[in-house]
Design a protein around this ligand. Structure first.
Ligand SMILES: Nc1ncnc2c1ncn2[C@@H]1O[C@H](COP(=O)(O)OP(=O)(O)OP(=O)(O)O)[C@@H](O)[C@H]1O
Ligand SMILES: [Mg+2]
Length: 263
């Protein structure tokens, strides 16, 4: 379970560039919740994920993961429990290391034994099986350097790395936005399968409103640093892109930006 309590963060305090990126944000994710996050540019979506991952420290408020207060826990210590994907497929993997070495690195995370350069035969079989499930033909390319893969393939492997040891929380920041539409859909479907299979508590930022309503079980709408609303249950089930736009403009002080993909 993830609990965010009254989190505030202001960048460049007392300068002309002062930005209240998060304003009294509170929200709760139950175990297994898959929450999609939408909002205009600069709404504070990435900042919210950064505060949860420990990249930024909140000015005030608390972050609790599985009952433990992690507000001041260092980022690298949270990383054992939190899987993360970004828009850029280059982030999160070592390009000169092979697929199996990258998976080995991810697999050793959170385990007592440290990472060793060699990959054990039994692990190799396990990785091959996991790669086969991606359906991208990568199971025969264990020795291929990550840097040689396409963006979509790399993002799929990064997703595997983030979830090969089931994380307490998965944070996805527009992880399909840099991919072509067909590949984006493929990676989105893979994400959905993996999240559902392991019941991973997930926060996924997307600019694709249709995806936001289609995937997951709740949708968080953010505007100007605030958590405007959490759609769930029947209200969400009945929500359409058009209705959501109307709801947004009648509630938020700004409007949806053109970066949003509406269909
Ligand atoms: N490291 C930083 N230093 C200064 N200002 C920042 C920093 N990170 C974010 N901001 C500002 O905080 C606000 C929220 O930014 P954030 O990146 O969280 O928005 P977002 O909702 O992810 O937007 P987008 O859809 O464009 O990715 C913006 O005004 C942004 O300029
Ligand atoms: Mg962002």
């Amino acid at each position: 379970m993830l609990k965010i309590e009254h989190v505030n963060i202001t960048f460049n305090k007392n300068t002309v560039n002062e930005r209240r990126a998060l304003q009294d944000v509170s929200l709760t994710l139950e175990s297994g919740d898959f929450v999609t996050v939408i909002g205009s540019n600069g709404a504070g979506k990435s900042t919210l994920l950064n505060v949860i991952s420990g990249t930024y420290e909140a000015d005030s408020g608390n972050v609790l993961l599985d009952g433990k207060d992690i507000t001041y826990l260092k980022e690298h210590r949270r990383a054992r429990k939190i899987g993360r994907l970004f828009q850029d497929p280059l982030k999160g993997t070592a390009p000169h290391m092979t697929i199996e070495e990258n998976l080995g690195l991810a697999y050793s995370r959170g385990k007592k034994r440290g990472f060793s350069m060699g990959v054990k035969k039994s692990d190799e079989e396990f990785f091959r099986e996991k790669l086969r499930e991606l359906n991208l033909g990568l199971e025969d390319r264990l020795k291929t350097p990550m840097g040689l893969l396409s963006g979509g393939q790399r993002q799929a492997v990064t997703l595997l790395m983030a979830t090969i040891v089931t994380p307490a929380l998965l944070l996805l920041d527009e992880h399909t936005a840099a991919l072509d539409p067909k590949t984006a859909e493929q990676v989105m479907r893979l994400t959905d399968e993996i999240v559902k299979e392991h019941k991973i508590t997930t926060l996924m930022i997307t600019h694709n409103i249709k995806n936001a309503l289609e995937y997951g079980n709740k949708t968080l709408v953010m505007s100007q640093g605030k958590a405007l609303m959490m759609l769930e249950g029947q209200e969400r089930a009945n929500m359409t892109v058009e209705k959501l736009m109307e709801l947004y403009s009648s509630t938020a002080e700004d409007s949806f930006t053109d970066k949003m993909i509406l269909d």
